[in-house]
Write a protein that binds this ligand. Sequence first.
Ligand code: LUZ
Ligand code: MOS
Length: 750
Amino acid sequence: MKNIDANGHVRGESLFIDDILTKQHTLHAAVLASEIGHAKDLKIDISRAKQFPGVEKILLASDIPGENEIGGILLDEPLLAENEIHFQGQPLAVIIAETEFIAKQARKLIKVTFCMLPVITSAKQAKQQGQFINDARSFYLGDVSASFANCKYVYEDETFSNGQEHLYLETQGAYAEKMENGCIKIMSSTQGPTVVQRIAARVLGLAMHKIEVDVTRLGGGFGGKEDQATPWAVMVALACNHLNRPVKLILDRHDDLKMTGKRHPYESQFKIGLDENYKIMALEIEFLQNSGAAADLSPAIAERTLFHATNSYFIPNVKTTVHSCKTNLPPNTAFRGFGGPQGMYVIESAIAKAANHLNIPAWHIQHANLLQDNDTFSYGQIAQQVKAKDTWDQLQGNINIKSIQDFVNVFNDYNIETKKGMAMMPICFGISFTNTPMNHARALVHIYQDGSVGISTGAVEMGQSVNTKMLQVAAQTFSIDPDLIKLETTNTTRVANTSPSAASATADLNGKALLKACNALVERLKHVAADVLVAGVDTIELKDGWVVVNQVKSDLDWKELVFKAFWQRVCLTENGHYATPTIKFDKSKEKGHPFAYHVYGIALITTTVDCLRGTYKIDSIDIVHDFGKSMNIGVDLGQVEGALAQGIGWMTMEEVAYNDEGRLLSNTLSTYKIPDVFSIAEDINIEALETEGHDLAIFKSKAVGEPPLMYGIGVYFAIQNAIKAFNPNYKLKFHSPMTPEKVMMGLYEK
Ligand code: LUZ
Ligand code: MOS
């Protein structure tokens, strides 16, 4: 089954926010953002801008009828600044004008005055000054201090992993129009339609039923539109409410880069202890998360860092702590992996450090500690159906890992100016929102009287092909031609109270809800068929568009069956609800069973470093990935490739840079470099683990969106190993991304 959007995308016919034909009298908005990082006594003078011809209104905090509050987890973020400014890029005012050009011209005429305050940009600074978003969290397993005392080898160091810009192709945007009776309809490029609905209602002082949010598709989200699509949607709703005219706001790339948060940078401190057999006996980590100026999703992201701090290893004694540190950067937010990658980078750094001192390849330690069935995670979940060794063994069966290592060693013995490095990267990622109550979804199915089908779910299509998977669920359950089925937009009036499309769980949650609805309709139709064909219900099947009785095709087809059902006044609409069973988590104890299942995999990476220039290339990446039983291998392979590229970018070249005043320096695509096809690898092989899949995954096809991003972490260590081969004086550094500049300095450090 091909991606159902493929034709539309190639022809340029697919609709994104900016393609919506605006109504007559539509107004356009631009956002004025702060140029400083921290201040009080804010005064905004709009008198000149207001008079600019074509300007209809300039919205300030004082124009908000409800609450000036867009925070989700904590109530700590205003839509528009009131008295204080907390980051460069913070929205201060919204200019509404006849055209976008006029709005942006008028924006320059607004005068802002304030009293400057000191700016904090790093997590460490924030911690020193006691600036936190909320209380620290810690996970404990066993007894770390006692265990360290008994360890043969103990190593400590610090690590830094940088932020990452989402760089969705489609920038943030929204369009709002007034409906009758004071209702507002918002078209938004959001992963979370209900988030937009709830916050718009709060800011406008309306009930949620007065706000309808509709999402056709996103030109990419990657987490950047889980929470941070909301302010722009609320701004157009607010403007629309004031002016009774449709209002549109699309951020240009520059504004988008400047005003939105990114992946959280982390500064961390680890201590790892091993016994004489290289078994990791104890692990202690303190994570400092650079949360930015408001909570946004930071507390949830911090929590997932703790969940993934031991990656795919069993470690009997663990103490991990995370502090969400409040700085004067734009609030950092969800980004594919959601704190998991930041956690895994630290344990992999700790293993690299140990391996370096023990003078063995890191993969000896990795292999010796792989998770097995019935091992306990630090958060209390007992590992089941573990595939860590299975993926490793399948890869080892294809390529002898030791022979690759030998080849790299021999190559390095005979070459001076180029050195090779290899690394293994196992992954283990938990599937479910870590916040248990978010793990449910709904689907609404209409069978029309001509036999065609319309499906609405809470899933948002953002290029991950979730709509294609939804269509497969319905087509397979009804056993009809996919052409008879249409995926409707994601709309809060048709499917209410949705969780955002996030956590890799969208196809599982919405697919299972859809499956329930389709199964209920099939049951109903079977009764009609039994009646029409005078047969027992248990003998009836729907197969390839026909009713089959006792395995013999009847002369009753799908369309006729549906029409007969309608004529018999049978309900052809069904609403399905699914809530993940078995999951629970007790935050007071930090123990439970938060994940429906885990996704596993292994990557083997080889790189070549040019030791004169400091440049590098990735020679090969071989992956065995646990897809479960993939329901669409084309789509799923695409997810692995995309996530891998994004992970490599984060670890090697994407360098988010702020200056000490909190100004984003990497604020264009000439100063922020993302991977292209040449920077990935000359040779990529992705193989599916042979496995039966998991019952809590839709059609046993495991979640795939986020886990493969973390294969990219291995590239950092593969390059580092090549540097080590060139320069015996090189002291391991765990400071990503591994840019060519850092490689150069590492090659020649004394
Ligand atoms: N979003 C969220 C996520 O709200 N909760 C999660 O656990 C999560 N995990 C991954 C990505 N987004
Ligand atoms: Mo996400 S990081 O919006 O799954």
